[in-house]
Design a protein around this ligand. Structure first.
Ligand SMILES: [Zn+2]
Length: 484
């Protein structure tokens, strides 16, 4: 039974509702991809479905629009599929239960997938229409954006003619995204040495030092908020300890993902009798200086130590000292702010994961920059520091940034039309995180791109909602941009 049938714009919500009936969580896109392929076939539109299940659909220009430059429209077909603990929907096999209330659409017990189902629905409504005359449309619908932009990374766009693209994956009406960061993953492994097993340890005990209580956050969007990184703070605490006593490090682990600011980190040291008191005093002193420096930005931070039990197998204090020195020399956090866009972080990095094992002290960083040569310069700087310490460094998963274009005819046109329609300028925003626009910009020489969308709330959660009136306004606006 249709829930959205009475709601305008009908042509958009009809397709949105159809999409919601097909399970399409990231990694489960075969069904939605097949639906899109059949949609194109039924309408005799040129369509490519690639190996990854990405879809490209092309609709030729209407009569009168043949001379007009084509538009590329883009969205992603996957959604973050999450549900309430008591919800009985099998999100791999079943559709969503759409509901409306107070001018908004939501899905009962689950995420809605307005991100980016509404972007896909706009594209389908434009491809479907016979009444509205349009320039040539080249529609790109990618898979698995939410899990790492695998679809955008793997897609071949060489057959496209368009050089201007409207991405429909933005969550706030009236805010246009015009730049995003590129990135890379940098792994550093600093060698460490096991201490001789002949050393007597029966009179030693183990003490754990833990950095905890931090806010953490997204390593792109929240890197400039002055929050503490537990991995870096733990490195500082241990270096301070090492000035007073040998660092017989048994273990050191922290963080959960390279793109999350580390919230917790721990180390275990083997102590000789009498050293514990001194350790506690140093840790207390370190805690108070860290608390002071983070009092405005991350006030919950704690550094605690306690006795623990376990095997007393440790690494040599000398090798640990030099590993920690290397960790301290490697940069972290904001490296540079943008000169073009006020308040935008241009280049940053985050030590997301730290892990000590026989292989060495492994450090995993997410590096980001909207300027690709700045990202490469930072990687070179890290390589020099790592190599000086005899560490291995590997740089992987590079993806290009989308630098703010000083000249953008598409952006100018979209701003002008927005102003004519609403009597005010849209906000132009640059973000310090990766978007598909960055990856696709790297594939189409000279791509002119703007990212827009209607108001969505609490995306990626079971509380996700979509504003009905906003969907309507963005539809009208999109039509104005495409036809003027
Ligand atoms: Zn999205």
């Amino acid at each position: 039974m249709s829930v959205l049938s009475g709601i305008e714009p009908k042509q958009v919500f009809t397709f949105f509702e159809e999409i919601c009936q097909i399970p399409h969580g990231s990694g489960n896109v075969d069904g939605i991809s097949e639906y899109l392929l059949q949609f194109a076939r039924k309408r005799h539109l040129f369509c490519i479905q690639d190996k990854l299940k990405n879809i490209i659909i092309i609709k030729e220009a209407s009569a009168g629009y043949e001379g007009e430059e084509p538009y590329i429209l883009q969205g992603h077909m996957d959604m973050v599929a999450v549900k309430e603990p008591d919800c009985d929907i099998d999100m791999v096999k079943e559709g969503l239960r759409l509901r409306t209330a107070d001018g908004r659409i939501y899905a009962e017990g689950t995420s809605l997938g307005g991100d980016d189902g509404i972007g896909v629905a706009y594209c389908l409504a434009l491809l479907d229409t016979q009444e509205i005359e349009l320039p040539r449309l080249e529609v790109i619908l990618t898979v698995d954006e939410e899990t790492g932009m695998e679809g955008a990374t793997g897609i071949d766009l060489s057959m496209l003619q368009g050089r201007r693209m409207i991405n429909l994956d933005q969550e706030e009406e009236g805010i246009f995204i015009t730049s995003c960061a590129g990135g890379a993953r940098v792994d550093v492994v600093i060698p460490v040495e096991k201490a001789q097993s002949s050393i007597r340890t029966d009179d030693m005990q183990l003490m754990e030092i833990k950095v905890t209580g931090l806010l953490g956050g997204h390593s792109g969007m929240e890197i400039n908020k002055g929050r503490g990184n537990a991995n870096c703070l733990l490195g500082e605490v241990l270096r301070a300890v090492g000035e007073h006593m040998p660092l017989r490090l048994v273990n050191m682990q922290g963080g959960v993902a390279d793109n999350a600011i580390a919230k917790e980190s721990m180390a275990v040291l083997a102590m000789k009798a009498g050293e514990e008191k001194e350790l506690e005093a140093i840790v207390k002193e370190q805690e108070s200086s860290i608390r002071q420096s983070l009092q405005e930005t991350d006030p919950g931070v704690k550094v605690v130590c306690r006795t623990v039990s376990g095997e007393k197998v440790f690494y040599t204090p000398e090798s640990i000292r030099s590993a920690l020195d290397c960790l301290g020399e490697l940069p972290n956090g904001v490296i540079a702010m943008s000169k073009d866009v006020e308040g935008l972080v241009e280049t940053s990095l985050n030590l997301g994961i730290l892990a000590l094992s026989d292989e060495g002290l492994r450090l995993q960083y997410a590096v980001r920059s909207s300027v690709d040569c700045e990202k490469e310069a930072l990687c070179r700087q890290m390589t020099e520091i790592a190599q000086k310490a005899g560490a291995q460094i590997s740089i992987r998963g590079r993806y290009p940034g989308w630098a703010y274009r000083k000249e953008s005819p598409l952006r100018d046109k979209m701003v002008r039309i927005y102003e004519n329609m609403y009597g005010r300028k849209p906000m132009l925003e640059a973000i310090h995180a990766g978007l598909e626009c960055g990856i696709l910009s790297g594939k189409i020489e000279g791509l002119d791109c703007v990212c827009i969308g209607p108001d969505l709330y609490d995306v990626h959660t079971t509380g996700e909602q979509m504003d009905i009136a906003s969907v309507g306004r963005v539809w009208e606006y999109l039509l104005a941009v495409l036809t003027q």
